[in-house]
Design a protein around this ligand. Structure first.
Ligand code: NAP
Length: 247
């Protein structure tokens, strides 16, 4: 697979899974815009690592939950890179709690970032990709969006919504050679999962047929597949990268 000459925007690309996605796309030759909201130093570090792989890369700040900020970001990326071929909607947060303890703000923040954030990025990329008759959009959901999880009603709703959003957009854009697919990671080794109590981590590990956490690179390779020409006739699909958890 080669992404030589392609351009990409990865939301939340500075750290965790997003960082691995930026590096995998760069490794395959894509020029990469690394979005961050607050972690500027991490984003600059990812940019340096992409450049070391021989491609153009730059960091760009935007809160994906803010429409004006997202519109300005996509415009700036296209101005700098000339076009936008690959959009990866990866930015995401958790604010876990059992429903009686979950505040309205916790629900709104998670849905605004994870679901509305992806909607805003896809909306901003829609016309440019439609006009150029080429695009690869990949959303990072979660197996929690497919199976649900106690204590994550807000997160599961946002991640399930992302699947409906992506499938619908896949149908809207299929005739324009723009594909929209979803990667649904299971339990991946990042800050997000490191924040879970040890007992919760052990309980989740026990449910993984492969018996181990996934690496960020495992998710990045699936994203790169959907971004590649090898997946040119694949759209509206959900690929679980989860060591068998969802089976
Ligand atoms: P992480 O290490 O906590 O990273 C989250 C990323 O999202 C950061 O780069 C962060 O950038 C960015 N972000 C958060 N809010 C943002 C906003 N408003 N605007 C722009 N960027 C924002 O988490 P991760 O594990 O890498 O998760 C990445 C994605 O994978 C998420 O969508 C998550 O739900 C999904 N996922 C993760 C797992 C897992 O096991 N780790 C499993 C399933 C799905 P800043 O620091 O700059 O805000």
């Amino acid at each position: 697979m080669s992404l030589n000459g392609k351009t990409a925007l990865v939301t939340g690309g500075g750290r965790g899974i997003g960082r691995a996605i930026c590096l995998e796309l760069a490794r395959q030759g894509a020029r990469v815009a690394v979005n961050y909201s607050g972690s500027q130093a991490a984003a600059e570090q990812t940019v340096e690592e992409c450049r070391a792989l021989g491609v153009e890369a730059f960091a760009i700040q935007a809160d994906v939950a803010d429409g004006n900020s997202v519109t300005a970001m996509v415009k700036a990326v296209i101005a700098r890179l000339g076009r936008l071929d690959i959009l990866v909607c990866n930015a995401g947060i958790t604010r876990d709690n059992l429903m009686p303890l979950l505040k309205e703000d916790d629900f709104d923040a998670v849905v605004d970032t994870n679901l509305k954030g992806a909607f805003l990025c896809m909306k901003a990329a829609y016309r440019p990709m439609m006009k150029q008759k080429y695009g690869r959009i990949v959303a990072v959901s979660s197996i929690v969006g497919l199976r649900g999880n106690a204590g994550q009603t807000n997160y599961a709703a946002s991640k399930a919504g992302l699947i409906g959003l992506s499938k619908s957009l896949a149908k809207e854009l299929a005739g324009r050679n723009v594909t929209v697919n979803v990667v649904a990671p299971g339990f991946i080794d990042t800050n997000m999962t490191a924040a879970l109590p040890e007992s919760a981590q052990q309980a989740i590990l026990a449910t993984i047929p492969m018996g181990r956490m996934g690496a960020t690179e495992d998710v990045a390779k699936a994203v790169a597949f959907f971004a590649s020409d090898a997946a040119g006739y694949v759209t509206g699909q959900v690929l679980c990268v989860d060591g068998g958890m969802a089976v």
